[in-house]
Design a protein around this ligand. Structure first.
Ligand SMILES: Cc1cc2nc3c(=O)[nH]c(=O)nc-3n(C[C@H](O)[C@H](O)[C@H](O)COP(=O)(O)OP(=O)(O)OC[C@H]3O[C@@H](n4cnc5c(N)ncnc54)[C@H](O)[C@@H]3O)c2cc1C
Ligand SMILES: NC(=O)c1ccc[n+]([C@@H]2O[C@H](COP(=O)([O-])OP(=O)(O)OC[C@H]3O[C@@H](n4cnc5c(N)ncnc54)[C@H](O)[C@@H]3O)[C@@H](O)[C@H]2O)c1
Length: 486
């Protein structure tokens, strides 16, 4: 038996301390926190427990990419290179991906909810006035749940498609198809220059597709340090991917259901593919959530304070965490907000004082001040905090210090002909770091050192005493600090 379906098990029929809408990583973690604090908690989920991350985002995409990177790394290590014959075994990679997506079954996560004492109601949930949620199950039966203390909206986001002529009939891929496709397309066109675009171009090219990336702007990964996008562009091109900049898409069509897709860009040039992936950002899943019943507008992100409480709703009972509040669209940041919001809900329910100062127990702070992200391309890009440009725009007096990662002994050992770069952005007045970016093979695992330095605002004079082990890629820290001190 699972914990699912019976909405009457919270004591009084359908009444709980906390109702969580959406069982993605954010909803699961928020429910875990409120349940651990002794509050009866129910989670409502319309699809699979685990959310986008488990089945159509982080997990399947990284399962596709890990063999790509391992293969590339082996080919950069003399001795191992000679033992690597041919390209990837695409069916084996896809099978590995299927396993990491749990074959799109959520039994494991349902069992975890049950073990944590969290109830699950399957169905689509909508707000129905203050502290009330109506759930319509797959059989159409409606139920009403009420919350004594809080309703937390953790409904995530979906792919945002541009409003282009022909797009509905062209059957475009979104991130869902790009992470779950069962076959490698012959020709894949990718629209967008962000994280989904570069990761999926990397994966499907290595699996054998001919890939063309159409970028409307002038660079890839435009929110990161410019060298990150430049290194990824160079590597995609060397791997056989065509990247076109200044190519905004104006129309898309598929004349025959089983025929190719034709993508037109500004100026009239046409690109022909078997599939087209639109990797053009995310929209919050707030369009069918009953927001009107509490005076909010459907389709917009839910604005929250630092305890993740929705600011525009009176009474302080409505919270929103994760992608749906649009503060930081990353699983680890949704989970961080969930821990903060869960603690705030529990403290308020018990009448305990809250610590809502920046970096306090009940204030989400890192999701704006120290957001770490790894882009799992080849080379990897790992960044935390502000870029030099963003720091200057925010009014800081900054100095950017760069180092060629290929000059670090550990990097040269890691890969023959290692190419990469690192930058730290120093707040010249405060004497600590505002941001760090690494781009190069294997840098993803370096990132947490930078996250600690940025979030803890470690003074540079003290960072000097954090000695990196020889010969690791982490010695780039020493080189950056030497360059800064002169
Ligand atoms: C291709 C791709 C790769 C990514 N890779 C990474 C990565 O490597 N690392 C990383 O940190 N982030 C990554 N992300 C981002 C990450 O997936 C999201 O930040 C994360 O899933 C957000 O979690 P969430 O719980 O807020 O929302 P979601 O994971 O979207 O979960 C929301 C849940 O709510 C449910 N729901 C929605 N509406 C309702 C309703 N009305 N009633 C009931 N249930 C509802 C949904 O079915 C879903 O299960 C990636 C995203 C994409 C698209
Ligand atoms: N490894 C990771 O951490 C990871 C991986 C994938 C996704 N994610 C998260 O998922 C989110 C969504 O990723 P994404 O790549 O879809 O969004 P994004 O915001 O990173 O990139 C969107 C891209 O599409 C372009 N674009 C937008 N509208 C367009 C249009 N009409 N025509 C042409 N181009 C257009 C933008 O200029 C940009 O290059 C990201 O914010 C990211 O945080 C994280």
């Amino acid at each position: 038996m699972t914990a699912a379906t019976d909405a009457t098990r919270g004591g009084t029929a359908g009444e709980y301390d906390v109702i969580v809408l959406g069982a993605g990583p954010t909803g699961e973690n928020l429910a875990d926190r409120t349940r651990a604090a002794g509050l009866t908690t129910v989670v409502v989920e319309s699809e699979l427990v685990g959310g986008e991350c488990s089945y159509w985002a982080c997990m399947p995409s990284k399962a596709l990419l890990r063999p790509v990177i391992a293969h590339a790394d082996a080919r950069r290590a003399p001795g191992a290179r000679e033992a690597v014959r041919g390209g990837l075994d695409a069916p084996a990679v896809l099978a590995h991906r299927d396993a990491f997506a749990s074959h799109w079954r959520d039994d494991g996560q349902v069992a975890w909810l049950e073990s944590a004492g969290i109830e699950l109601v399957r169905g689509h949930g909508r707000l129905a006035g203050e502290r009330r949620v109506e759930v319509r199950g797959a059989d159409g039966t409606p139920r009403t749940l009420t919350a004594r203390h809080a309703v937390a909206v953790c409904t995530g986001s979906r792919a945002a498609l541009p409003d282009l002529p022909g797009i509905d009939r062209a059957r475009p891929w979104t991130s869902r198809e790009a992470t779950s496709a069962k076959e490698v397309p012959g020709r894949l066109i990718v629209v967008g220059g962000g994280v989904v675009a570069v990761e999926m171009a990397t994966a499907w090219r290595a699996l054998g597709a001919q890939v063309t990336v159409l970028v409307r702007g002038g660079r890839l990964l435009e929110r990161m340090e410019p060298f990150a996008g430049e290194l990824v562009t160079g590597s995609l091109a060397r791997g056989g991917v065509t990247v076109r900049f200044g190519a905004p898409v104006t129309a898309v069509r598929r004349d025959r259901t089983d025929g190719p897709v034709v993508v037109t860009v500004e100026g009239g040039h046409e690109f022909i593919g078997d599939e087209v992936l639109f990797a053009t950002g995310r929209a919050p899943r707030t369009d069918d959530l009953g927001l009107e019943s509490v005076g909010l507008t459907a389709g917009r992100p839910l604005e929250v304070d630092d305890t993740c409480r929705v600011t525009a709703v009176a009474g302080g009972w409505l919270y929103a965490a994760g992608d749906v509040n649009h503060r930081a669209l990353l699983t680890h940041m949704g989970k961080y907000q969930a821990r903060i919001a869960g603690a705030a809900i529990a403290a308020r329910a018990k009448g305990e004082p809250l610590d809502t100062a920046s970096w306090g127990r009940h204030a989400a702070t890192a999701d704006t001040a120290a957001v770490p992200q790894v882009v799992f391309t080849d080379p990897e890009v790992a960044s935390v905090g502000l870029t030099a440009e963003a720091a200057e725009r925010a009014g800081h007096r900054v100095r950017a210090v760069d180092h060629d990662l290929g000059q670090v002994a550990g990097a040269a050992l890691y890969a023959d002909g290692y190419q990469g770069r690192a930058r730290m952005v120093v707040d010249e007045d405060a004497g600590h770091l505002l941001g760090v970016t690494f781009a190069g093979p294997g840098v993803g695992e370096l990132l947490h050192s930078a996250t600690v330095a940025v979030a803890a605002r470690v003074p540079l004079d003290r960072l000097w005493h954090a000695v990196p082990a020889y010969p690791t890629i982490s010695e780039v820290w020493l080189r950056l600090l030497e360059a800064y001190r002169g």
